[in-house]
Design a protein around this ligand. Structure first.
Ligand code: HDE
Length: 726
């Protein structure tokens, strides 16, 4: 039966079916893709060639321009199409960016599931991933303090699997019915639509105080996790608990994780704030550039598993999305790898129209009773109808790479044409019959989604189980597990946020009470900063329990790397070309990107170089000039020696660049004369250790708990700095 379907109704799908598993989505999208860079003449949407697209048809002579004519169907089409270009932005996660990739399973988990995407290690499943911020609108900045969406779409041979996660493993609320209240409170306030893309306002902090269940999550949101350096350097978490079902029908609770091979890294807050204005597209450009430079970001895919019969054995309820499953109790099992390797061709039809749906699962995976997930399963399909219309799953980016056939029909913007005389089941032709279950292969007409029997009983009530009532243990566990500099950042973030709340009820309650339930020292420090009453005793004890892998400092790559980092090289006329070329080559050899910043973008002469056109030329044409970029855009800065230092040391912008780089805890390198420029610019910074004179390159900006240190190498410099943002 299945072969009839493929050979009959879905001819276009045949090419997709023939493609290698890795290429399936590429081949699928090709049939809807055209290239504008061809000399084919312009046409209207109905295909008629257009002779003039610049002047509206009007009554006109050489002296008088008369009225424009409504009759001009070409002008009307152009304007009307433009008027309707916008669709509603996502109600949350409006700002985002996406890329294509592939998922390779490295270890079959046949013991847990019969989902082929998780058992067949020969497959290379195509994916689309969209990263996003939550609060801000579509045009807001990338580097704001916020949770990041980490939505993944697997185009499997058995249909679409959407794992719609975040970069933080828990959530603000436990029950989906609270989501509208939560989103209203976090979004700009209703009377003035302020603030944009941040939680630093009365309503958000009022809401989280009124909901103690939000405490754990707001502690994560105040940590460095909420200001990632790059989408490529974030963990992803499925957050909700799903079910894996194996061939014997046994069910396991599962949580899904993505772990970046580049490690988890963050900006410092001052950097994030400045980048919001200096380059609002910082994260989306970072991802696109890495992919176009073939520095493909990769993540491990891992699971945590609890056998269903053991789900009551924990102090928390494993169905509660405000709790992590501590990894010392429930270890991670790495089973696969994702690589992002292709940028989108066009933003709107791909990144904007991509639509995720938590209820999109494939046979072998099922939903748990997680009350947040159950509500999400309703919400996502519904929201796509308002954004894209009922036929949203037919859009090229959303359609599966396997055949689709059913009796769903009509609705706005229906594309698919289904031949035949029936549109219902059962029918006299046995057309489009239900598939057999998982024990029959797909080829033989099986592979139908089967819900493994599970017992459900109990009184109907608006409630959750008793363990959902404990809200603070894991907020404490998280805070205790952070390193000292991460704790400092949490304190400062809370100080910033509450400083933006002008209602004393709000900041008094958070600083004086809620924080004192987590850690007295934290509450006291924050209360003092924000002008709240300083609590003199803890509201509850902090037994100091910690858990592994809650601090992001534990997610460093096994081998330190500066691969894909942007390293600025500052020069003016008279730089030392040997030093510049040597460092540029070393940076490239390490897989990083050297970016030359000149005092101007016109050619810059090397030391001793004659401006005469016939002379041997050692100068360079910089990528940018000092006014066009800022130190915040780079991971480190290098300044070669040479006579250019004379003018650079007179340049306030250069000195500010150096001081700012140091202030943001980034590596600073200098040779020869440039060493003094760096020393001079950092003169005000106390405790700075200056390297010994015999070292050819001096590095600064290494700050550890014990004081400044000298790194062994440039690579180590960048990694230490990234790891020890203090
Ligand atoms: Fe979402 N969420 N959400 N969410 N969410 C949406 O769907 C919703 C939740 C997440 O890149 C919306 O297509 C409810 C948790 C991401 O396109 C909407 C609840 C997690 C994205 C929606 C939650 C997420 C969304 C808006 C509480 C982490 C962006 C537009 C029960 C696991 C997907 C859309 C993309 C988007 C509803 C809670 C992640 C309205 C009702 C928990 C990454 O359907």
């Amino acid at each position: 039966m299945a072969s009839v379907i493929v050979g009959g109704l879905h001819k276009a799908q045949e090419a997709v079916r023939q493609a290698t598993s890795k290429e399936k989505k590429v081949v699928d999208l090709e049939r809807d893709t055209a290239n504008i860079h061809i000399k084919q003449p312009l046409t209207t949407d109905h295909g008629v060639r257009v002779e003039n697209t610049d002047q509206w048809l009007r009554v006109v002579d050489d002296q008088h321009t008369g009225p424009s004519l409504l009759e001009d169907q070409i002008a009307r089409e152009k304007i009307t199409r433009f008027d309707h270009e916008r669709i509603p932005e996502r109600v949350v996660h409006a700002r985002g960016t996406g890329a294509f990739g592939n998922f390779k399973l490295t270890q079959s988990i046949e013991d847990l599931t019969y989902a082929n995407v998780l058992t067949d290690t020969s497959r290379n499943t195509p994916m689309f991933v969209r990263f996003s911020t939550v609060q801000g609108s579509r045009g807001s900045a990338d580097t704001v303090r916020d949770v990041r969406g980490f939505a993944t779409k697997f185009y499997t041979d058995e249909g679409i699997w959407d794992l719609v996660g975040n970069n933080i493993p828990v959530f603000f609320i436990q029950d989906a019915i609270k989501f509208p209240d939560f989103v209203h409170a976090v979004k700009p306030e209703p009377h003035n639509e302020v603030p944009q893309a941040q939680t630093a306002h009365n309503n958000f902090w009022d809401f989280v105080y009124m909901h103690p269940e939000a405490t754990h999550m707001f502690m994560w949101a105040m940590s460095d996790r909420a200001i990632p350096r790059s989408f490529r350097m974030m963990q992803g978490f499925g957050v909700n608990t799903f079910i894996l079902v194996n061939k014997a029908g046994k069910r396991h609770l599962v949580k899904f994780h993505w772990i970046p091979h580049l490690g988890v890294h963050s900006l410092v807050w001052d950097e994030a704030l400045k980048l919001g204005g200096q380059d609002p597209d910082f994260h989306r450009k970072d991802l696109m550039e890495a992919i176009s430079n073939k520095m493909y970001p990769t993540w491990d895919f891992a699971i945590q598993v609890i056998p269903e019969e053991k789900q009551d054995e924990f102090e928390f309820d494993p169905l509660d999305a405000t709790k992590v499953w501590p990894e010392d109790i429930i270890p991670l099992r790495v089973i696969g790898e994702m690589e992002l390797n292709r940028n989108v061709d066009e933003f709107f039809p791909q990144t904007e129209q991509v639509a995720f749906c938590t209820s999109h699962i494939v046979p072998g995976i099922d939903f748990s009773d997680d009350p947040l997930l159950q509500g999400r399963n309703f919400s996502y399909f519904d929201t796509q109808i308002s954004r894209l219309g009922v036929n949203w799953e037919e859009l090229p980016i959303n359609r599966p790479v396997c055949p689709v056939l059913n009796h769903n029909r009509d609705g706005q913007m229906r594309h698919r044409i289904t031949q035949g005389t029936v549109n219902y089941w059962p029918n006299r032709f046995d057309a489009a019959p239900p598939a057999a279950g998982p024990n029959v292969s797909q080829r033989e007409g099986g592979g139908g989604f089967h819900t493994a029997p599970a017992r459900v009983a109990g009184p109907k009530r608006r409630a959750v189980s008793a363990k959902f009532g404990e809200h603070l243990n894991q907020a404490q566990l998280f805070y205790n597990s952070l390193s000292e500099h991460e704790k400092l950042h949490v304190r400062k973030a809370l100080g910033f946020e509450l400083d933006h709340c002008d209602d004393p009820t709000v900041y008094e309650r958070i600083a004086g009470h809620r924080l004192a339930e987590i850690d007295l020292a934290l509450a006291q420090a924050v209360a003092e900063i924000v002008g709240a009453t300083v609590p003199d005793r803890a509201v509850r004890a902090n037994p100091g329990r910690r858990a592994p892998h809650l601090s992001q400092t534990e997610f460093m790559p096994p081998k330190p790397t500066i691969a894909s980092r942007h390293i600025a090289i500052l020069i003016g006329d008279g730089f030392d070309p040997v030093s510049l070329n040597g460092m540029r080559a070393a940076i490239k050899a390490s897989g990083a990107l050297p970016v030359i910043i000149g005092t101007k973008r016109s050619r810059i002469c090397a030391e001793g170089e004659s401006p005469s056109p016939s002379a041997v030329r050692a100068g360079v044409s910089p990528d940018h000039q000092l006014d066009g970029v800022r130190s915040t855009l780079f991971d480190a800065t290098f300044i070669p020696g040479g006579s250019h230092i004379k003018s650079l040391s007179q340049n306030g912008q250069v000195k500010h660049w150096i001081a700012e780089t140091f202030g943001h805890l980034k590596a600073l390198g200098a040779t020869a004369e440039a060493v003094n420029l760096v020393k001079e610019s950092l003169g005000a910074v106390s405790g700075l250790k200056v390297g010994s004179a015999e070292q050819p390159v001096e590095w600064y900006g290494i700050v550890t708990a014990g004081g400044p240190q000298k790194p062994e190498s440039f690579k180590e410099t960048v990694n230490i700095v990234r790891g020890a943002k203090d």
